[in-house]
Design a protein around this ligand. Structure first.
Ligand code: ADP
Length: 427
């Protein structure tokens, strides 16, 4: 199949050849006619080529495209392609205008970053929320959002959890920062003002903390009197002996719950305003090793494998509470004589704390819910062993404060492994 351009050229060639042939036949000037024809043919091509080039170069109404033969067809094709491209560009422009208009309505600040974390684009609300200015485009995001927590979060590159910032650009509001990776290592930073939500959560946390605190003193008084009454000589023959003992057990349980609620709200609200320090986890664990019998594990066989040089940047008291809760659970949910292995080691550039028991195990369907407050697989067993239902909730919050993760492997009737994975200390 011949292309249109070739067809058009052949038809021009044929008709012009006929004219020249007829002229030569009449005049008898065969050589001169065909030589002139050949020169004209080459000259015409050169002329059209130059017109085509000028037209392509300027593409204005002053320069018209060649209008015969091969070059006319070629100009037509180029023109057609160009119009299609212009239409496509118009659609893209329309879409980008539409996207910009929509982004103006979004109440969250959105900033797009390139591979090197330089600002590429931001929506209008970023100006008021983050104090962005037009001249910040092309600058590093760290030079605009300068909070050390944000810089650390950005550098760590783990964006599965949002970051809460209590101030940006000296505003006393609370912001939730989320970062999404997209299109060839680009990032989208989405900042939401969550001041009202945060205040509500704070009111809830304060209420629990205050209520627990208020209940602590009356309960201590009650327990004191109960102990005195139980210790009074001859009380074992008293008809009140059993009810008193029952009351003492329940008061003890209430006190344990209150202590755990207080610990939880302290960790959760981050009211431990001290900065992180380098914690010698090994010495904490050696202390727990010595006290292991006190946790109830009189008849359990403990083995501690501790890397004495592996430290962690964090909060000592919270970490101690995490370790104690996991070891105490292993004791409470294992039969007497069961092996309990406690390990603290470095693996894949991470610090790992592991407690492995040969206890009752946990069915898979319960595992995702274990860290919810007061969630128990078997409430009676938990209460019977002095559980408050808050131990793993405390573990979860301590891990969150240390950017750690909890992994639970368990087989019913065989035992469980609770693994806490921490990022390595940078100091
Ligand atoms: P509790 O005070 O009831 O132990 P936790 O929050 O510490 O509360 O644990 C929640 C639930 O998880 C427990 O009630 C128990 O059912 C289950 N659990 C925790 N640790 C273990 C373990 N080592 N073996 C088996 N079950 C466990």
């Amino acid at each position: 199949m011949l292309s249109n351009a070739i067809k058009s050229e052949l038809s021009w060639l044929f008709s012009s050849f006929l004219v020249v042939f007829f002229f030569a036949w009449i005049t008898g000037l065969w050589l001169a006619s065909f030589s002139a024809y050949f020169i004209y043919y080459v000259f015409r091509h050169l002329l059209n080529m130059s017109r085509f080039e000028r037209w392509m170069d300027r593409r204005s109404s002053t320069y018209s495209p060649p209008d015969s033969g091969f070059w006319e067809e070629l100009s037509y094709l180029v023109n057609k392609k160009q119009r299609a491209l212009e239409k496509h560009a118009d659609i893209n422009l329309y879409k980008s205008e539409q996207f910009k208009a929509a982004s103006m309505l979004i109440p969250d600040a959105i900033v797009s970053l390139d591979k090197r974390d330089n600002i590429e684009w931001f929506n209008p609300i970023s100006k008021t929320m983050l104090g962005m200015r037009h001249q910040d485009i092309g600058c590093k995001i760290e030079s605009v959002i300068r909070q050390p927590e944000f810089i650390q979060y950005l550098r760590r590159g783990q964006f599965d959890k949002a970051l809460t910032l209590t101030a940006i650009q000296h505003q006393s509001r609370t912001f939730e920062v989320r970062i999404f990776s997209y299109f060839e290592d680009h990032k989208l930073v989405v900042v939401r003002d969550i001041t009202e939500l945060y205040q509500l959560a704070q009111i809830r946390r304060d209420f629990i903390a205050n209520a627990s605190h208020e209940l602590r003193t009356p309960l201590t008084v009650l327990r004191g009197y109960l102990e005195v009454m139980l210790d009074t000589p001859g009380s074992h023959q008293n008809a009140w002996q059993v009810p008193l003992q029952h009351m003492e057990t329940q008061a003890h349980r209430m006190q344990a719950i209150i202590e755990d609620l207080l610990a939880l709200s302290t960790i959760e609200s981050g009211s431990i305003n001290r900065s992180k320090s380098v914690v010698s986890v090994a010495s904490l664990l050696h202390q727990i090793e010595k006290d292991a019998q006190r946790l109830g594990g009189v008849n359990h066989k403990f083995s501690f494998e501790i890397d004495d040089h592996l430290t962690l940047e964090g909060y000592e008291e919270s970490l101690k509470s995490l370790f104690m809760n996991l070891v105490s659970n292993a004791v409470r949910y294992s039969p007497e004589g069961g092996d309990i292995k406690v390990r603290w080691f470095k693996h894949n550039q991470q610090a790992v704390f592991e407690v492995i028991d040969e206890g009752i195990g946990i069915a898979q369907e319960h595992i995702p819910r274990l860290t919810e407050r007061f969630y128990r697989v078997d409430a009676d067993r938990s209460r019977g062993t002095g559980g408050t239902g808050l131990g793993l909730a405390i573990v979860k919050h301590v891990l969150e404060r240390h950017n750690g993760q909890l992994q639970i492997d368990s087989v019913v009737g065989k035992g469980s492994c609770f693994r806490c994975v921490f990022p390595l200390s940078s100091k």
